[in-house]
Design a protein around this ligand. Structure first.
Ligand code: IFM
Length: 451
């Protein structure tokens, strides 16, 4: 069986973060409010009323954080750019101080030998855009392209590859269908136009990047869908869920069409949002890489009540993270091989842009953080990744989620995903046992390649 040390030459090691989860400094240097500032201020929206006003204070402490990355020996760092730092109202005037921050960060990374991999949108829409309808409004896609132009013109001389969107599926479902995340809309299937408008935004931004000879990626949250049984009802429900979670955000990019959503009573125009030429535009600039965020598989059964055409079924007898998510490393191999089988030569090289787990980590009296469950999680998933590569899937890199403990959206600071522990009172960073493990793995892999 191949294992993590058998990963190929040129394989890129990284970590991922996102602006709203780490930066803090939400009212500094001209940043405009985002939907998350407004949502987190709503009583009951975020556990224990946590907000990201300070978070990891990365805005001020980024030199220390880049030094931590350098200590790991990383090839790349995936972070996100806060649109409302660059354009406080998400359109029109640019805020030079906001752009300067990312300029400094990029230079600091390059100085540490780390390639920056920015994500342009990781859920923190400028509130002014939300006031204009957010992702329900087609115009947001055009404003996103405008913002992309500003950022690419400033950083494109030093940043070779870009991720347009992070997890448009999660943003649509949590943000617009269920209202668990910002902007807190509970529209159920009426949220579907936000899928199309995000993909349109991707297509428009991709052509801006492509025109500048910059590489284009997207980071999709994907899950292998397992039917609860071989009964026809369970199989049909699993196919419906797969179409919604996986295919809705990947078929248009790779195949130029939407999957069949008739099980949801939805036609190919996605609630009237698709216009002539849109799909051509969405697939128009070929992806240079598909970013895959993988956490766990999903088990689906036929619905027991009217409403949606599927019901989620529990995955039994597996370990769970502190968040309660099932730990199934084999699901990563299954997902990657399934993508290759589904899309064949249309599938571009894959990078794992997120994978990791929350653990109830604490700093012990001797100052160490023993996060053995995280090491086991990462080791298992990297072995599964090596198995997928041995089966012929082209995977070029692995970015673990996350460098630092951070603001985990509606869970506030309760779920810790970092290789580095953050004390949110003092901002003290303590590398955990998994930090040393990841550093040694990267070094051992490099050593094996160079003999
Ligand atoms: O923290 C999130 C991240 O912002 C998007 N992907 C999943 C992570 C863990 O929930």
């Amino acid at each position: 069986m191949p294992n993590r040390l058998d990963l190929p030459g040129g394989f890129r090691w990284g970590v991922s973060t996102a602006a709203y989860q780490i930066e803090g400094a939400v009212a500094e240097d001209g940043r405009g409010p985002s939907v998350w500032d407004v949502f987190a201020a709503r009583p009951g929206a975020v556990r224990d009323g946590h907000t990201s006003a300070v978070a990891c204070d990365h805005y001020h402490r980024y030199p220390e954080d880049v030094a931590l990355m350098k200590g790991l020996g990383l090839d790349g760092y995936r972070f996100s750019i806060a649109w409302s730092r660059v354009q406080p109202s998400g359109a029109g005037p640019v805020n030079p101080a906001g752009l300067d921050f990312y300029d400094r960060l990029v230079d600091r990374l390059l100085g540490a030998g780390i390639t920056p991999l920015p994500t342009l949108f990781h859920w923190d829409l400028p509130q002014a855009r939300e006031d204009g309808g957010g992702w329900l409004n087609r115009d947001t896609a055009y404003r996103f392209a405008e913002y992309t132009t500003v950022v690419a013109d400033r950083l494109g001389d030093r940043v070779p590859a870009w991720i347009t969107l992070n997890e448009p599926f999660v943003h649509m479902v949590y943000g617009y269908a269920l209202g668990i995340h910002a902007p807190g809309r509970a529209l159920m299937l009426d949220a579907l136009p936000t899928a199309h408008h995000q993909l349109l935004a991707h297509g428009l931004a991709a052509s801006v990047l492509g025109e500048r000879n910059l590489e284009v990626m997207i980071a999709n949250n994907l899950t292998p869908v397992r039917a609860a049984s071989s009964d026809q009802g369970d199989l049909a429900a699993a196919a419906a869920y797969d179409a919604l979670h996986n295919r809705l955000f990947t078929d248009p990019l790779l195949l130029g069409c939407y999957p069949d959503l008739s099980a949801f009573g939805v036609g190919p125009d996605l609630g009237g949002s698709v216009r002539d030429g849109d799909l051509k535009l969405i697939a128009g600039t070929a992806l240079d890489g598909l970013g895959v965020n993988y956490y766990n598989p999903t088990r689906i059964a036929a619905p027991t009540e009217p409403g949606l055409p599927f019901a989620e079924a529990p995955i039994e007898d597996v370990p769970r993270t502190a968040f309660g998510w099932p730990v199934v490393p084999e699901g990563l191999r299954e997902l990657l091989v399934g993508l290759r089988d589904r899309y064949g030569t249309a599938l571009p090289p894959v990078t794992i842009t997120e994978n990791g787990c929350s653990v109830a980590d604490e700093v012990a009296a001797d100052g160490t953080v023993d996060d053995r469950p995280r090491i086991d999680y990462l080791a298992g998933h990297l072995d599964a990744l090596a198995a997928a590569i041995a089966e012929g899937v082209d995977v070029r890199g692995y970015f673990t989620w996350s460098l630092l403990d951070n603001f985990e959206w509606a869970e506030g600071f309760h779920q810790r995903f970092g290789l580095v522990h953050v004390d949110f009172e003092t901002q003290r960073r303590t590398p955990k046992a998994s930090y040393a493990w990841y550093r040694e793995l990267i070094a051992a892999h490099r050593k094996r390649l160079t003999g």
